[in-house]
Design a binder for this molecule. Structure first.
Ligand code: WTA
Length: 650
């Protein structure tokens, strides 16, 4: 290996299993073959313009497809449209008002079904309610709700009247909510009394009250009744959702909005620093999510039942529960609760009950299901499934294979979709009827998207490890960070000149397939080799006893950093530390052999399910923990710290 190349991330793991699109799948797929890629390669702007014209309804056509003043983009400039019209009215006008839009399942087992006509009615009424509270075009509205249909109603009602929403995940604290309200200067907060989680009601309104006490911009609070828990209502400020709705008219014509009108802010904290209010606008974003939802999920809206298990508090919930699926007229399942209530087979019971055909979830969930064992999915008829998706983290090849065999019954293609809050929609993914997949690879940029893996110097490489960059603007791209254009430039556009740097390591294999290697902040440096956490974790997960693994580089006198592994075993399995260390050495080489392996029932994760390696590094180096506010379960790290202390006393 050239010494120079060793500064980049090493490429250690080779995965050669290949899965062409199953023949039965290809028979009815929207895209077999390369025609979309060919068209996009010819002229990507015209390609996107065709998607915008075909998939989205415009009140006024655009004059310019894309205006690009690096790093600021505008798409479909001069065009006018309404997002809620695209998600609702046009389906009703086309005669599909009776089609089911949302099949909602509450955690306790209660259910609601909303057709497109009913959803339109709700959205119009709530849009009028918001107007009656003084919300106007250009205002910001905060949403802090459980996974109930009102979350989608609230978002679409904002879009209908041109107010930007800022959704804050219901699991965040009062302080996190207050910070986000203040940054956005939101006028109205929409919340609920509480929601269900693990069989109990978790209160939201008290947190909302505490947050509002620390803000000055909120004039009104709307409260949806869901948990039935007692709440205090401040007269004049607080309003029950059902009271507002009972007096509201359902006549609220969708007003045309400028293509670049702010549709929403979504705060992302990344690993450090003040959360960033990521800005997404109207025409380009809607085009991107509608196009990707249709072609990546091969959606047949008249037949498919789609289910994305994300929460609306994350970008996946925005793009692939609310805007993409509804713009495409899809029928989808929405589930309120956790996957293990009342038992570990809840997800599979829902798939069976609603005959879900397209299922989109996260690797962290898949690894949890692996831990719970194949008996759980085996209790249910999952034969309705025809396509599986993954998002949020690199999916380890073994988790991919497990998903493919035990959930997909060997017949469903898997789309591993790479994207970010900042990209708005899917960027790198197979097209399920066209792409031969490899377990663990997100494969190729979708038609219309341009990605390059570059070395430290920013030069494109054709094979081996490096950094993932995006080289051309795309319709769903973030338009900036709310209130901080300089931070936008510095964060995303300053590492490699003229390119968007996503913060992820990636490699290209000999066939040109793209593999995500995890966040570059997590890359380890062992004796001068830059080793990706993802590859070592995948090697660990390829051991039949292992369900999940996280590795970090901890300071080491000899090697600079030493690899420390935290491992969760599959249900009932046992294995000893030496076997696992040797297994990694065999899979990817002695250089990547962990120095120590700790067994743990759980790993520290963010509330959106990403492993928090930074905390594990603190634990491994015996440091006090830094900021833990984004941690989902505080007890996990305390236990790991206790074990580390025990270990060092041994
Ligand atoms: C990671 C979620 C590997 C990546 C939509 C990215 C992935 C970050 C994948 C964005 C994938 C997402 N393979 N890594 N298929 N999808 N990531 O903003 O590190 O919550 O930068 O958006 O998740 O996370 P975010």
């Amino acid at each position: 290996m050239a010494t120079d190349a060793s500064r980049d991330i090493d490429d250690l793991m080779a995965e050669n299993r290949k899965f062409p699109p199953p023949k039965d799948f290809v028979k009815n797929t929207l895209v077999a073959g390369t025609f979309l890629y060919d068209e996009a390669n010819e002229d990507y702007e015209s390609f996107w313009a065709r998607q915008a014209a075909e998939l989205v309804s415009w009140d006024t056509p655009w004059d310019t497809i894309c205006e690009w003043n690096l790093p600021f983009a505008k798409w479909f400039v001069g065009g006018k449209l309404n997002v809620s019209y695209n998600c609702l009215d046009r389906h009703v006008l086309a005669g599909n008002g009776d089609r089911k839009a949302i099949l909602w399942e509450g955690e306790p087992g209660d259910t609601r079904v909303l057709t497109y006509a009913e959803l339109l009615d709700e959205v119009c009424k709530f849009a009028n309610a918001l107007k009656s509270l003084g919300v106007e075009r250009g205002d910001r509205v905060n949403i802090y709700l459980p996974m109930i249909p009102e979350a989608a109603v609230a978002m679409l009602a904002c879009a209908r009247i041109g107010a930007a929403h800022s959704v804050v995940f219901g699991g965040f604290s009062a302080q996190a909510l207050a910070d986000r309200i203040n940054d956005a200067s939101a006028k109205v907060l929409i919340t609920a009394d509480g929601g269900y989680r693990r069989g109990e009601v978790f209160p939201l309104k008290p947190q909302a009250d505490e947050a509002v006490a620390n803000t000055t911009s909120i004039e009104h609070v709307v409260v949806v009744k869901r948990g039935g828990n007692a709440v205090s209502m401040t007269p004049g400020r607080d309003h029950w959702y059902h009271d507002l709705m009972s007096g509201a008219s359902n006549d609220c014509p969708a007003e045309p909005m400028d293509s670049e009108q702010l549709l929403f802010l979504l705060y992302t904290s990344g690993t450090t620093g003040k959360p960033k209010g990521i800005m997404h606008t109207t025409g380009g974003y809607l085009t991107h999510v509608t196009y990707t939802h249709k072609y990546v999920f091969d959606l047949h809206p008249e037949k498919d039942v789609y289910w994305c298990t994300a929460d609306v508090g994350w970008v996946t919930g925005h793009s692939y529960i609310v805007y993409g699926p509804l713009a495409n007229g899809a029928t989808q399942v929405m589930y309120e609760g956790v996957p293990n209530f009342p038992a570990n087979d809840r997800i599979w019971s829902i798939v069976e009950k609603y005959k879900v055909s397209i299922f989109y979830t996260a690797p962290t969930a898949i690894r949890t299901y692996m831990k719970w064992g194949i008996e759980e999915p085996a209790k249910h008829d999952l034969s309705s499934l025809r396509l599986l998706g993954s998002v949020g983290e690199p999916i380890n090849p073994e988790a991919w294979i497990w998903y493919q065999e035990n959930i997909g019954g060997g017949r469903c293609p898997i789309v591993d979709t790479w994207w970010q809050t900042e990209t708005g929609g899917i960027m790198i993914s197979p097209l399920p009827g066209a792409t031969t997949t490899k377990p663990g690879s997100a494969t190729f940029p979708i038609p219309g998207v341009h990605a390059e893996v570059v070395n430290d110097a920013g030069e494109p490489i054709t094979h081996g490890g490096g950094y993932l960059t995006l080289t051309h603007p795309w319709p769903g791209m973030l338009r900036g960070i709310w209130g901080d254009p300089q931070r936008y430039k510095d964060t995303y556009w300053s590492t490699y000149e003229g390119k968007y740097f996503a913060g992820d390591g990636a490699k290209l294999d000999a066939d040109g397939y793209l593999w995500l290697l995890g966040r570059v902040d997590d890359v380890m440096n062992v004796s001068g080799h830059r080793i990706s956490t993802t590859e070592v974790e995948s090697a660990l997960v390829s051991h039949p006893s292992v369900a999940e693994a996280a590795v970090v580089g901890a300071k080491d006198d000899q090697t600079g950093q030493a690899i420390i592994a935290y491992v969760t075993l599959r249900g009932g399995a046992t294995v000893d530390e030496t076997d696992l260390r040797n297994h990694v050495a065999k899979e990817i080489g002695a250089i990547a052999k962990p120095k120590a392996v700790y067994f743990t029932p759980d790993l520290p994760k963010t509330r959106s399910g990403k492993i928090m390696r930074r905390l594990l590094r603190d634990v491994a180096e015996g440091r006090n923990l830094g900021d833990t506010t984004t941690l989902a379960d505080q007890s996990v790290v305390a236990e790991l710290q206790a074990r580390a202390a025990d270990h060092s006393e041994d």
